[in-house]
Design a protein around this ligand. Structure first.
Ligand SMILES: [Zn+2]
Length: 259
């Protein structure tokens, strides 16, 4: 996952959680700045920041979110009728194209629970927009099992079915079976509407550049703080102007006490 794409997703997670861009902006900057001081790889730093931001949003409760969405004129957007964690997973999957594995790590869920929660959130968003994705009413003899809590159509569209026997079977089956094709099309419709409902306010090039600068500054600061106190002191004493100041201070002390 490229860093810019990750930062863009992170900015979007911020607006998804804080609703009003002017409220999201400082939280996004603050969280990223704090995490950048930790000794973590790019991927993990972003994950940790996302984790912190979600925990913070959840601790505010839904009532405050509702008030903010009213105040910012976003109340009409069905996306903001969802709970913070539901908005979070939708942005991670739709805008970030995160894998289930990554979502599981950040949200502290097992892979199975990620699928169920993702589906529940998508269905709730769909329902708020007036659509309900139905599975196939009947199944043919060769149809894959359709689990209403975590259907294969979702795994298929999230690209979580690896290249191999299962994927080849599904692709061949889809060409022959209209029942499954319809189920997949309804699921695709749900995705398309979710894509459109997710706010993109902070995912702007200049803001992503600003985040990238914050990230780099954190790295520089970290490198400096790794230098030990003794090394720092010796390095300081080697500097010509510091030597001069020390000599001057010694001269003044001598003048004051031994005159
Ligand atoms: Zn079928």
């Amino acid at each position: 996952m490229s860093l810019d794409r990750d930062l863009e997703t992170f900015a979007q997670l911020g607006t998804a959680l804080w609703i009003a861009p002017e409220r999201a902006r400082p939280v996004v900057i603050e969280t990223l700045g704090a995490v950048s001081l930790l000794e973590l790889s790019e991927d993990r730093a972003l994950e940790r920041a996302a984790m912190l931001m979600l925990a913070r949003a959840e601790s505010r409760g839904n009532a405050e979110g509702t008030l903010t969405s009213l105040a910012s004129g976003q109340f009409g957007n069905p996306f903001f009728k969802l709970a913070p964690s539901e908005r979070f997973i939708l942005v991670a999957l739709h805008s970030g194209r995160w894998s289930y594995e990554r979502v599981a790590r950040v949200m502290n869920l097992d892979a199975d629970a990620v699928e169920r929660f993702a589906w529940k959130s998508r269905v709730r968003l769909g329902a708020a927009q007036g659509i309900l994705p139905a599975g196939p009413k009947t199944l043919g003899t060769h149809c894959p099992e359709y689990d209403f809590e975590r259907p294969w159509t979702q795994r298929f569209l999230d690209e979580e079915i690896p290249n191999g026997r299962e994927r080849i079977f599904l692709q061949n089956h889809l060409m022959a079976c209209s029942l499954c094709q319809n189920a997949l099309n309804r699921c695709r419709d749900l995705y398309f509407r979710a894509d459109k409902a997710i706010p993109k306010d902070l995912a702007q090039e200049d803001f992503v550049r600003e985040l990238s600068r914050i990230r780099r500054r954190g790295l520089v600061f970290r490198r400096k703080s790794l230098v030990t106190f003794r090394d720092g002191l010796l390095a300081m004493l080697r500097q010509r102007d510091i030597q001069l100041w020390l000599a001057l201070a010694a001269a003044l002390l001598f003048y004051r006490y031994f005159r």
